[in-house]
Write a protein that binds this ligand. Structure first.
Ligand SMILES: [Zn+2]
Length: 440
């Protein structure tokens, strides 16, 4: 029975030439322990001469479950001594990346498996439970191997012609649950998440873009963003020749938040601050934000009726009209005509017969008129960025408890960054991978 088990394990472990499988033991709690060792005698890495045996020690590595039982590989690592007095090498231990990279606490195949699972959006706690290890061991393996994969996949960010920047809430941290923001860097043409930069200032995004080759930057024709100063600055500094485009989604979103502001103020004024869910304006808050063509006849009647009841000065109605007029400019096929329509709207909204909120919207539209109208030339949106952000949100759900930017970045890119997974089987993480975290 023991012999058969060992043979079966050979197939599962698949150690290959030069690796010998030894004893298989049951562990308390139902797990298995498999002993492996390298066979054959190495030469000295310094002088190439013969070496003397100098003891051995067992290294326990988390491995893939065998026969449905959590499994540990116990690698009997031999120590060797070079007898040559003139050689720079004194002693060294067995190294075999097919089993595990240096200082690894998990076998290479278990670490690859964990990394793939993380890429499929599985929670680290779940992966750790399946391997019978702790969260930190699993996270460290995913981080180390995932990072090696992303570093090796150099063509992942190639060929970008439309670059998008967008802010994303990564996670909350600290006793006051402070929001930690990041910036997603996206291929807006192909809808691919390229990277996540810590923070949402111009600096981080600028540095990322400047980290590309000049050839890469020359190819970027469109620079897509929300209506934020920092990203405009980042593009202006790092991609001065790219044409800036304001993402339609964010432009309409700004008009919608203006409706919300006006509605809350008017609601407050008319009800004396005693706002309840029965307020006419509160009851139509969603209908106001909905695209007009999607509002049903019944919704339309409700909208008109409750506006008449709760909006005596017509301020909310004006804000709604501004939003719908803005949306209409996106249906204009011609860039120049769209720009003229936008200019007209921006000018109108700044008229003092309108509310201060609409005046401000008018000023913003004017300040961004070029970028907004450029959409009609580029037809690229950060819609793909939004998709990437939604992926990031999903990751946030499955990676509950991750409060570390590096871990977050690796996990989101493995999940939503479409890395070339075939590279994972061929690579071994470098020994001194730059990481502030304990290696697996
Ligand atoms: Zn030597």
């Amino acid at each position: 029975m023991a012999v058969d088990l060992t043979r079966a394990l050979l197939l599962i472990v698949g150690p290959g030439p030069g690796i010998a499988v030894g004893d298989v033991r049951g562990r308390r709690g139902g797990g298995l322990e498999i002993e492996v060792a390298l066979s054959g005698r190495p030469c000295c890495g310094g002088c190439g001469g013969p070496v003397w045996a100098h003891g051995a020690s067992g290294v326990r590595l988390a491995d893939l479950p065998a026969f449905g039982r959590p499994t540990r590989l116990v690698w009997r690592k031999r120590r060797w001594l070079c007898p040559q007095g003139s050689c720079s090498v004194r002693t060294f231990t067995d190294q075999e990346p097919r089993i595990a990279p240096p200082r690894g606490r998990m076998t290479a195949r278990a670490a690859r498996w964990a990394t793939r699972r993380a890429g499929a959006g599985r929670a680290i706690t779940e992966i750790a439970a399946e391997l019978g290890t702790g969260w930190h061991t699993a996270m460290a393996a995913v981080h180390r191997w995932g990072r090696a994969l992303l570093d090796a996949d150099v063509s992942r960010v190639d060929g970008v012609t439309a670059l998008g920047l967008d802010e994303v809430l990564m996670f909350r941290r600290g006793p006051f649950r402070d929001k930690q923001w990041g910036t997603t860097v996206v291929d807006a043409r192909r809808g691919k998440l390229l990277d996540i930069v810590a923070g949402r200032s111009a600096q981080g995004a600028t540095r990322w873009i400047q980290g590309r080759t000049s050839g890469w930057r020359r190819r970027v024709r469109w620079a897509v963003m929300d209506l934020s100063g920092p990203y405009r600055r980042a593009f202006g500094d790092a991609l001065p020749k790219a044409t800036q485009v304001a993402d339609p989604f964010h432009v309409v979103k700004l008009a919608n938040s203006t409706i919300d502001e006006v509605r809350r103020r008017v609601q407050n004024d008319t009800t004396g601050g005693r706002g309840t869910k029965h307020d006419p304006l509160y009851r139509i808050r969603r209908l106001l934000l909905m695209a007009h063509e999607r509002v049903t006849e019944r919704g339309e009647a409700k909208l008109r009726g409750l506006l008449a009841a709760g909006d005596p000065q017509g301020e909310v109605r004006d804000a709604w009209h501004a939003k719908e007029t803005l949306r209409t400019t996106y249906r204009i096929g011609d860039h120049q005509l769209a720009l003229e329509a936008l200019d007209e709207l921006a000018r109108d909204l700044q008229d003092d017969t309108y509310s201060p909120e609409l005046n401000r919207l008018g000023r913003t539209l004017h300040a961004w008129r070029t970028q907004i109208a450029n959409w009609h030339r580029s037809r690229v949106t950060n819609g793909p960025t939004e998709a990437a952000n939604n992926s990031a949100k999903l990751i946030k759900r499955v990676s509950f408890g991750v409060t570390n930017y590096d871990h977050y970045r690796i996990r989101v890119l493995l999940y939503a960054g479409k890395p070339d997974w075939t590279l994972l089987d061929t690579l071994t993480p470098r020994q001194n991978a730059k990481s502030r975290f304990k290696l697996p």
